[in-house]
Design a protein around this ligand. Sequence first.
Ligand SMILES: NC(=O)c1ccc[n+]([C@@H]2O[C@H](COP(=O)([O-])OP(=O)(O)OC[C@H]3O[C@@H](n4cnc5c(N)ncnc54)[C@H](O)[C@@H]3O)[C@@H](O)[C@H]2O)c1
Length: 311
Amino acid sequence: MPSNVGPHGRMWSRNRGFRRARLPGCVKRHNVDGRCTQEMRVVPSCASVLFLKRYKLFTDVRTDMRRLQGKRALVTGAAGALGQVICRRLVAEGADVVIVDLARDRAEALAAELGRSRAEAVAVDLTDFDAVGEALTAVQRERGVDILVNGAGGGAVVPFAELDAETWRTQLSRNLDTVFNVTRWVLPGMLDRRDGRIINIASIAAVSGGRLVRNASAYATAKAGVVGLTKALAIEVADRGVTVNALAPGAQATPGRDQDSAERRAALLDQIPTRLLGEPEHLAEAIVFLASPAAVNITGVILPLDGGHSI
Ligand SMILES: NC(=O)c1ccc[n+]([C@@H]2O[C@H](COP(=O)([O-])OP(=O)(O)OC[C@H]3O[C@@H](n4cnc5c(N)ncnc54)[C@H](O)[C@@H]3O)[C@@H](O)[C@H]2O)c1
């Protein structure tokens, strides 16, 4: 041990007495309990890691900030406005992505953008259970899915008195059956490996009983079904290494919102306590968090992303 380093890695300084040794390239941090930690700004050399370990300073060295390195994520509705942002973020965090969507062209274009070594596109109608099974069996043949994001869906605005049976069934199928169909094929592999993250995209419509999304009763019902499925499945698989959570986004700043008139936008913002639309990047960040090791003990949560709109 160097002569100026005392017990527990403390280093003698003429002016300040004993203090924690600090290496070049480290940022000094303190835990809530006052213990000093070291976080590397740069990838540390073997020598510096050995030094930190030797003097018990190696408490918070992150050599790779990408939280999903080596994981494989399957995202449904991936070619849509939110799905594209989610896929880009998952790839940036180190995951490979399977882009699943009805829209083949947009799915292929996204896969090309993200790079064929990191992304593949699968075009399938997710309301068709057998077709989903066929497509996903092929996808999972060589490698399983670690993270499933069920994002396919979309709402129809029709007053209940004008709602026909076909629209009702289509809404339930697009927003709820799709979640069942994909999860049913992906979950067994997760259970076998005792490792998996399922993140469903519900809606503020599900948690507000439709109060905040008017004339969308079929959509609200379907998304409430997603919430129910999320909680029931979370309990069922909680002790088998799989977490199941849902997001309940409010209005998001997607390109579709650009057509809103100034009056409509102002009326919407008036109802949102933060006076902010949801940013797709923030939604993607919530997904990365729920898929990350830090969320291993979080399951059955319905996370509102709505600026307090549903309070
Ligand atoms: N955008 C918002 O403000 C908002 C708010 C709350 C919840 N959501 C939910 O987030 C999810 C994504 O929304 P978005 O704004 O990106 O919508 P979007 O319409 O841009 O994308 C939805 C995608 O799902 C795909 N899809 C629909 N039905 C499918 C099917 N049967 N099989 C395969 N793919 C299918 C579509 O092709 C589309 O690419 C949806 O579930 C939506 O209900 C969105």
